[in-house]
Design a protein around this ligand. Structure first.
Ligand SMILES: Cc1cc2nc3c(=O)[nH]c(=O)nc-3n(C[C@H](O)[C@H](O)[C@H](O)COP(=O)(O)O)c2cc1C
Length: 402
């Protein structure tokens, strides 16, 4: 049986770089990828949709409200079919709409409805490209997970020479194919991710916890889903929306997290322990709210189970165990010691405190394996960091297989 053809939605907006979009359609087709072109109404004023319909072999979509041929809502149906939304050329307007959630035409509505990876190739005059508002919109989209093919420097249609020229079609297609390749790289594998803090209650209104927001773990689970893995997310209390496509189990305490992990562990090929599990719990928690004076000067605590170490002892040869070490100092040394003590295959270490790590949008991590140099990522959005971490996980899985 041949594998089903992957489909890309190519979003085309009204930039002068539009003429290069024809070559992008061709490039994807040559690689065996089906293309559905979606034009903004303004783009359709620059070039006839018929040109793209003829190239792609499917009717170009421009109008959200066109009577559908089948009984389906087109932007939702297409959102489910595509393995990639590639927007090339992307105008400043489209980038602004994507960044702010405006959905006033088919392309921007598709962007909101789709959970497929998004690749954006901007094209505009240099002043528009370098404008802080455009740059801020691009930064926001990057943080939300979109990837970019940077605009190039060169001769622009307005007669200026500068930044803003649409990247060459081959570059856009190459980047798109790289993302498509990644979209099934963990197909058939089960990935267990833990995220967020745990809470150890003293009574129903008081607890011991930590400032973990769960963002890193949620992004990791999102990335596992994007790579085609069956993804189980075990999450402590957070305010985040669980990633679409992951089976999410919400827990509160370290003991509940341990139970959920032990249940999922036998099926898991990869376990990523990004949760900040409380190391201690109260020895004598109360079932009802206790008065302040009911507590003595000291509140006796006891250690919780070290879940990473527990799974490290239970690990089978094919399973890959990834631990996280959030440290305020001597980060690499602590991470190395933990990796050995807990039998982990990879350790992701980061510095916390001073505005870094917990609850932030960005993270700079160091990835350690039992042998070899430490990989430093530099400051990345947690979305980007999750990609780097999974690239390393896949490389390590490959090493184990050999
Ligand atoms: C000939 C022509 C070329 C244009 N080229 C660009 C461009 O390269 N980049 C851009 O951001 N806007 C460009 N614009 C302006 C956009 O078309 C305009 O902002 C429009 O509202 C964007 O609509 P859309 O994003 O829905 O396609 C151009 C306009 C014209 C008339």
């Amino acid at each position: 049986m041949t594998a089903p053809t992957k489909k890309v939605a190519l979003g085309v907006s009204s930039s002068i770089g539009i003429y290069k979009a024809c070559e992008i359609v061709r490039g994807f087709q040559k690689a065996g990828v089906a293309v559905q072109v979606v034009m903004t109404p303004n783009a359709a004023r620059l070039i006839s949709p018929l040109l793209f319909s003829s190239l792609a072999g499917t009717k170009t979509i421009v109008d959200t409200f066109e009577e559908p041929e089948e009984r389906s809502i087109k932007h939702i149906a297409l959102a489910k079919e595509i393995a990639l939304l590639c927007v090339a050329p992307a105008t400043a307007n489209v980038i602004g709409k994507f960044a702010t959630g405006v959905a006033d035409d088919f392309l921007s509505t598709l962007f909101l409805a789709a959970s497929a990876p998004v690749l954006i190739a901007p094209a505009m005059n240099e002043a528009m490209y370098l404008d802080p508002k455009t740059q801020a919109n691009m930064a926001r989209l990057r943080a939300l997970g979109a990837e970019f093919v940077e605009a190039e420097k060169g001769y622009l249609a307005c007669g200026d020479t500068g930044w803003g020229r649409l990247a060459e079609p081959e570059t856009v297609v190459k980047e798109g194919l790289r993302i498509l390749g990644r979209s099934a790289s963990l197909k058939g594998k089960t990935v267990l991710v833990t995220a967020g803090p745990t809470r150890e209650h003293l009574d129903p209104v008081r607890f011991l916890s930590n400032p973990s927001s769960g963002k890193m773990g949620y992004e990791l689970a999102r990335e596992a889903v994007a790579r085609g893995a069956t993804t189980i997310l075990v999450s402590g209390p957070t305010t985040l929306v669980p990633p679409c496509g992951a089976r999410t189990e919400m827990v509160v305490t370290a003991a509940e997290m341990e139970k959920a992990c032990l249940k999922a562990f036998p099926k898991a090929d990869v376990v990523v322990m990004a949760a900040a599990v409380s190391d201690f719990r109260f020895k004598d928690p109360k079932g009802r709210k206790a008065a302040k004076h009911a507590f003595g000067a000291a509140l006796p605590i006891e250690p919780t189970t070290d879940i990473l170490a527990l799974l490290g002892r239970k690990k089978k040869p094919g399973q890959l165990l990834v631990g996280f070490a959030a440290e305020t100092h001597d980060v690499v040394a602590h991470a190395r010691r933990k990796m050995a003590a807990k039998n982990a295959d990879l350790m992701v270490a980061n510095t916390v405190g001073g505005g870094r790590g917990f609850g932030t949008e960005t993270n700079a991590v160091r990835i350690l394996a039992p042998s070899g140099p430490v990989q430093e990522t530099g400051l990345l959005s947690k979305r980007e960091a999750s990609r780097v971490i999974f690239d390393r996980i896949e490389a390590q899985l490959e090493k184990k297989r050999r």
